[in-house]
Structures are given as C-alpha cells and as structure tokens.
Design a protein around this ligand. Sequence first.
Ligand code: SAH
Length: 476
Amino acid sequence: MDYFPAFLDIRGRPCLIVGGGDIAFRKVRLLSKAGATLTIVAPDINDLLFNFAGEKGHRLVKRKFRSSDVLGNWLVVSATGKTAVEASVFKSAQDANIFCNGVDSVTNCSYITPAIVDRNPVIVAISSGGAAPVLARKLRSQIEMMLPNGISQLATLARNWRDRVGKRLSDALARRRFWEAVFEGPSAQLAMTDDIAAAEIVMSTLLEDSSVKQDGEAWLVGAGPGDPGLLTLCALQIMQTADVIIHDRLVSAEVLDLARRDADLISVGKFPGCNINSQEQINALLVSLVRSGKRVCRLKGGDPFIFGRGGEEVAALSKENLKYQVVPGITAAAGCAAAAGIPLTHRDVSQSVAFITAHGKDSVDNLDWASLARDKQTLVFYMSVKRLPELMNNLIKNGRSASTPVAFIERGTTPEQRIIHGTLGQLTLLAEAHRIVPPTTLIIGEVTAYGTAGAHDERYAPVKYIKPNYMVAQKG
Ligand code: SAH
C-alpha cells in the first residue's frame, strides 16, 4: 500500500492555502466545506476566491509565500501553478512536519487527495495513488451511479440512533445484528425515500426483538479447489457477512483473503500447530459458536458434501436444533479436470464417472474393484497418494488395462498446479519420480488422454474473476 487512507477531522483546525487562482479556490471551497479555518497566501487573489473567503471569514494575506507561513497549520495546500513555489512550500512544510499537497506535482506532496463521492455523512474516496487520476475519476462516476441518493438520509438516521441502540443493546454482536437488519430491511428503504417516521417505527420493533438473545446460524460452504474465481457468489457473500470462519487446510490463502476483514478466522484440521483437529472437536466448536449467537461460515475445500465430512457436521447441528444451510462448491474432480483440459465424461470413451476415496473409514479393500475395473468409465480418486500400489494392483488384477491413461493433478487450479500424465501400469513409478504430494487428484481413464492433446496450457490460468459490487459495498 503506497498511501495510508484516512479521513481527517479538520473542523476548526488552521490550514494554509498558497495560491489565489481557480485551483486554489476549489481547494479552499472543499476545505471550507469540511470546516477548516483557512489562511490564504498569494500576491494576487481572484475575485471569486476573495469574495468566498470574505463570506466564510477566512484570512487573506496578499503577498508572496514565506517559509514561516506554514507554522501552526495542520495541512498545507499549494496551488500556485509555479513548480518552484510549490517545491519551496513543500520543503517548508516538510521541515515543520506538516502534511503538504502540491497540486501540480506528486513530488511536492506528502499527502494526495482522492476523487470523492459525497453523500454526507457517507463519503467514498478513490485514489490511484497518483498513477491514473482519470481512472480514479471514472471509478468515481461508476460509484456515484451505484450509490442511492438516499444513502445520506439513511446514514444520518443511523447516526441519530447510535446512542439509543448502544444503551439498549450492550452486546456488540446484538448491535451488529440490529444494524444489519436495519440496512438490509424495510427501514433502510423507508429512510432512503425520506419517510423517516415510518423507518423509525420499524427500527423500534427491531430494537426490541434484538434485545432477546438468539441462536446464530451456520453455513457449510464449499470453497472450491483453490482458485478464488471458482467460488460461488453465495459462498463469497457468506464469507463477507459471517462473524466467524472455520476453515480447514485445503482452503487456499487467496480464498481466505476474501473473507470479511473483521471476521474471526479459525483453522481446524490436521496440520501443525492446530489443536482443534478431531471431527468431534470441530463439531463441538461449530455447535458452541452457533449457540452463542454467531453466524458461522464453515468453509471447506471443494464441496462440503464430497469427502468433506459435511454430513457429520450437519448432523451435529441438527441434533442441537440449530439452523444451517449448505452451499455447494466446485469439487476437486471438476476443478482439476477442467484445469487439466480433461473432460470427465466423453461419449466416445466414458459413460460414467465415479468419485472414489482411497481413504475410507475402514479400508481401501472394501471397494468393488471388479466394477471399477470395467471399461468406458472414468475414475477420480481423492486422497490417493498413499494408496497407489493398492489402486494400481487391484484395478489391473481385475481387468483394467495397464495401458489405461491416467493423470495426476497436484494442487489443481492454484499457481502451483502440476499435471502429470502416464499409464495405470506406471502409477507408483510416476508418483515417485515426480514426488507427488497431497492434495492431488488422480484421474484414471481414456478421457485423460484429451488433456495431452497439446492445445491445453499446463500452467494454470486463473478463471477471469471480477469482484462483484456488493464486495465494494460491504464494509469489513
Ligand atoms: N471436499 C473436497 C475433498 C476433500 S478430500 C472436494 O470436494 O474437493 C481431500 C482431497 O481432495 C485431497 O486429498 C485431494 O485428493 C483432493 N483435492 C482437494 N483440493 C485439491 C486440489 N486443489 N488439487 C488436487 N486435489 C485436490
């Protein structure tokens, strides 16, 4: 981050403007709107500026800038159009540890001003860090169109209710729930159409309801195989609103980056330093958080109901009569196959596809090898890396040809993705030679040959992904 964004309270604080032309006037008007007490220094001051300053009671000093002018000010703006003057204003401000903005050159700035959308008290500031001001202005006009005009009334109403809500709801979580219900519900619509009285009636009822302690809710959400572009919109929305996100190792850092900024992130599962690792502990954690009123996003790699033990978590919640919903995700088989250019079924060579775990509760030996070894079907093995000799031997012993093409997809849909092709007879050799490690998906069947057709690029190109608007609107 090149600049630290902040909103300054400059009401009643002395600020200096050097310059007396149109640009200086614009800066004066803006600073004046924010309540600053201004001194304007310039040998020539245009009429507009002169009259405005007189009207607002700002001090005018009709002479050239002197170094000592900066002293005692909180901010300095130089808008003279003369680079040499701006450089000297900047130097004086730097020497006095005062933030300075030189309108004509970024090199004379210790702060820059953003493009703004002003729906007071809501203010959206956009900056390209000086790199592309035109782009920042373009974004501003897009945001202008997106933000309803009534947002100003709504925020004002919220400001007027803050104390009352604070007194009625001592619990921070209950307060947040109340405000979310206000902003998502009819009171927001009423306030934005300026029917404040009606909005307040709805809010009063909500406030009473909010003071009764309620259970939270859980969402079992599929995070997909790694690429954030493969998240569903619903998954993203829940990640943006949950109080707590419980995730396991398979969920990629890029996906977690999209979580609401002040959500508690709890990692669970079998990895170093993690002490909540048994399924019973995870279930208990989930239940206790939902009981305490939290909205919990249980984020799981791929799809929560495919080898994700989602069924066990759902059972634990429903046993306690707690609310939950399941949001499907793109399972590793689908994500990896797509990333490797392998169609999981194909009319010519495969009529069915089976998702199989080589890591069942009991053992790999319970699988029906005779049926799995039949032709014209695709087998996708999850969690197979440590079971390759059994897979290879059982399939070949039961009649699947050793020359059947196979593909390993390691860390599919991530920048570290590796795709290794070979044949069933080479399974263990391939894994050793390429040092294949989990998470890896193994696809067995003629369809894998389509992934070697040449047109497919082995490096993973992330799915084109544009953050939806509500992510901008949501405050972390
Ligand atoms: N619920 C998950 C599967 C969890 S089991 C899903 O639907 O995808 C864990 C196994 O999933 C791993 O051992 C591996 O076989 C597979 N897997 C998950 N993510 C993967 C990825 N990015 N690349 C390859 N395989 C992956």
